[in-house]
Design a protein around this ligand. Structure first.
Ligand code: HEM
Length: 128
């Protein structure tokens, strides 16, 4: 690591590649497809904008869409512990497929996202 924010170290191009790979995997994950829209274009745009600010870069999500209120925004979707794990598995695989992001930066990002994902769980295991 060379200092600066995680956003500075990763850079916008690698972050965009990561988000694109992540939603390609989400689209093929049977635990996740029932709750996501068929067309993930806007979802991916919002996630890229969110992660930009979350990692210390430009607060694009706030500028375009306002406060993210992430937990409230996820309440309409049944997010079980297994779904959170599936989401994180897609992110792990997307990171592994994005060598532009170094292992140490990838681990820091994954740890931060793991905390947020745990916070998004809003239904017990087995809920539909
Ligand atoms: C939106 C699922 C975790 C950030 C969504 C949507 C679903 C979803 C179904 C709506 C997609 C749409 O209508 O376009 C999940 C599941 C998670 C999870 C199952 C597992 C724990 C996270 C985490 C983050 C995050 C960890 C932050 C890093 C977002 C953002 C949006 C979103 C920024 C767009 C909100 C908007 O509509 O403006 N998520 N999510 N999600 N999620 Fe998640």
């Amino acid at each position: 690591t060379t200092g600066g924010s995680l956003y500075d170290r990763i850079g916008p191009d690698a972050l965009a590649a990561l988000v694109s790979r992540f939603y390609d995997l989400v689209a093929r994950e049977p635990l996740l497809t029932p709750i996501f829209p068929a067309d993930l274009t806007l979802t991916a745009e919002k996630q890229l904008a969110f992660l930009s600010g979350f990692l210390g870069g430009p607060p694009l999500y706030h500028q375009r869409f306002g406060h993210p209120r992430l937990r409230a925004r996820h309440l309409p979707f049944t997010i079980t512990p297994a779904r959170a794990q599936a989401w994180l598995s897609c992110m792990r695989a997307a990171l592994d497929a994005t060598p532009e992001i170094g292992a140490e930066d990838g681990q820091e990002l994954f740890t931060a996202l793991s905390r947020v994902a745990t916070h998004m769980v809003n239904a017990p295991e087995g809920a539909q």
